[in-house]
Design a protein around this ligand. Structure first.
Ligand SMILES: Nc1ncnc2c1ncn2[C@@H]1O[C@H](COP(=O)(O)OP(=O)(O)OP(=O)(O)O)[C@@H](O)[C@H]1O
Length: 538
């Protein structure tokens, strides 16, 4: 950095060394300290203060500031250092205003041998000493001016101002690189925030009330009640036949509640045998049972701060009802195999297609648990009781199916009339399946009455269009044999199809079919009853 012809006065008489060489040694050590300060902290403001402090302690640059160009194009103070340790005042320098304003106007290094003698010196910051030199250098990212680093040496000009200025330029380059990193991180953060917000909006659109169609008085009343209850932590019990939209409304309540940013966790209580249900809900400790190789959080813990949707709550056994009552009352439980009591903050939404009052009368369902759950009941009417909603829901579902198939699907008036005359034992889910089948069978996207079929609910592949086939009598199950090798886990199967397929595979022995489905015999018996399945007798 320094290649000077040494005059006698450049020699330090006490050490015998060249003074610029000595300064150089000092500044290299200072540069090292600055680079360490810059790599230490992630907080940009904190880092800048640290850099100024290091410049004071290691490079004898006792006073200084770092200002950054703001969106308006002014220089705004970000860090100030002086031996008096004053806080950073709120000062901005406009182009042409004082020494810094001059640099903003024409970015270059300023070396001033005596600050007080410079006519541009305004002393607005009131930390500098007029008799000392002053150095101000641009901080750039690429060729763009991003800020200024200005410092004042602690001693009057000793003829080595150029060397010091060169050093300050190096420090400004390092600060510029850090500023670039900090800006990148900020941009990354804000684009992540933007992405998160747009995902939230999408989730609300998909899971909020917008995804539920219905203008009938019954549905309008339900939406109104759901919107009102969404605001509070009140336990909601959603009642209704299978496929009426119980899960959809539970989703909408959660995503319109103050808990929307926290998890929505669902568990179908009928889908698991009791021992699995317990560990699924409450979690388990390592070694709690064979196969429990790790500690696992249950759904209650996963839903902490959010909502737990307990579907088919009417299917749990009396023993399990007692366990459920405790967690609903106290908000606490132990993991399976654990002794530590865990407390959670979870809002409960439960759903059932069962007549729980009758189950309470029969002694199948605990009355105290029923009252715990039934704080805010919502009754979803079956589709056949809100026929006026069918055209709207059908159009909505067709648009959804059309988006998946990437084509426009239309429904003829005759087809709509046929939909309105069906009894829909499987409710909206059945309507959805019916429309999907029709869409698959439609070559040109137009769905006419011949494509609206109600294949017997015994599952199996849809038949090709049969224009002459008359609709079955409303609500009456129609027998037919599904292929015995049907995959019970096939997500395309309706619940009714799945139960029938299992019964078929089990030779219509209900206990066996229940095992295939992971249900209790009691659960499958309820399913057979509520899904209106005609039991084959052999
Ligand atoms: N009002 C509605 N508007 C649009 N789609 C609906 C409506 N109601 C239900 N659906 C759709 O119908 C299907 C079944 O709804 P959902 O799963 O919420 O019913 P469910 O009552 O929870 O059924 P189950 O008791 O069998 O679990 C879903 O695909 C859902 O999106």
């Amino acid at each position: 950095m320094l290649e000077h012809a040494h005059r006698p006065k450049d020699i330090n008489p006490s050490t015998g060394y060249c003074r610029s060489h000595e300064l150089n040694q000092l500044l290299i050590a200072a540069l090292y300290a600055v680079s360490r300060a810059l790599s230490r902290s992630l907080d940009f403001g904190e880092t800048l203060n640290e850099v100024l402090r290091v410049l004071h302690e290691e490079a004898d640059l006792g006073r200084g500031l770092i200002a950054v160009v703001d969106p308006a194009g002014d220089l705004v103070l970000h860090a100030v250092h002086s031996p008096d340790g004053e806080p950073t005042p709120e000062i901005r320098y406009r182009a042409g205003e004082g020494v810094l304003g001059a640099l903003l106007e024409s970015p270059r290094t300023f070396r001033i041998a005596q600050l007080g003698a410079d006519p541009r010196f305004l002393n607005r910051l009131a930390i500098y000493r007029a008799e000392l030199p002053f150095i101000a250098v641009p901080i750039r990212i690429g060729t763009d001016l991003k800020g200024v680093l200005a410092v004042q040496p602690i001693a009057p000009d000793d003829g080595l101002l150029d060397e010091r200025a060169q050093f300050v330029e190096m420090v400004a380059n390092l600060v510029g690189q850090n500023l670039r990193l900090a800006t990148d991180v900020e941009q990354e953060k804000s684009s992540l925030v933007e992405e998160r917000d747009s995902l939230r909006r999408q989730v609300r659109r998909e899971h909020g009330f917008d995804s539920m169609v219905g203008h009938s008085a019954e549905m309008r009343r339900i939406f109104e009640q759901a919107r009102m209850v969404a605001k509070w932590n009140t336990t909601v019990l959603i009642r209704g036949e299978t496929g009426t939209g119980k899960e959809l409304i539970a989703n909408a309540i959660h995503f319109n509640s103050p808990r929307a940013r926290n998890p929505f966790v669902r568990l179908n209580c009928a889908a698991l045998p009791e021992n699995l249900l317990e560990s699924e809900l409450f979690g388990h400790e390592r070694g709690a049972f064979t196969g429990a190789t790790d500690t696992r959080k249950g759904r209650f813990e996963q839903a902490h701060g959010g909502t737990l949707f307990l579907d088919e709550i009417g299917e749990i056994s009396p023993a399990f009802q007692a366990k459920m009552l405790r967690v609903l009352q106290e908000g606490e439980f132990e993991r399976v195999g654990g002794s530590r009591t865990i407390k959670v903050d979870v809002r409960i939404i439960a759903a059932t297609h069962r007549d729980l009052e009758a189950a309470v009368d029969l002694g199948d369902f605990r009355e105290d648990l029923f009252y715990r759950l039934n704080v805010m009941p919502l009754f979803l009417p079956p589709l056949r009781e809100r026929i006026m909603d069918i055209p709207d829901i059908a159009r909505y579902l067709l648009a959804k199916i059309g988006a998946e198939q990437q084509r426009k699907l239309t429904l003829s008036d005759m087809a709509t009339r046929r939909l309105a005359s069906h009894s829909w034992p499987g409710n909206v889910r059945e309507l959805e399946n019916c429309l999907e089948r029709a869409a698959v069978l439609s070559a040109d996207g137009q769905i006419d009455v011949d494509l609206i079929q109600f294949p017997n609910a015994r599952g199996g592949a849809p038949r090709p269009p049969a224009p002459s086939s008359a609709p079955p009598a409303p609500g009456r199950p129609t027998p037919a044999a599904p292929p015995p090798d049907l995959d019970l886990d096939d997500p395309g199967l309706s619940e009714r199809e799945r139960v029938i397929a299992a019964l078929e595979q089990a030779g219509w022995v209900q206990a066996k079919a229940a095992r295939l489905l992971g249900m209790t015999p009691r659960q499958i018996a309820y399913r057979i009853q509520t899904l209106n399945i005609e039991v084959k007798q052999f």
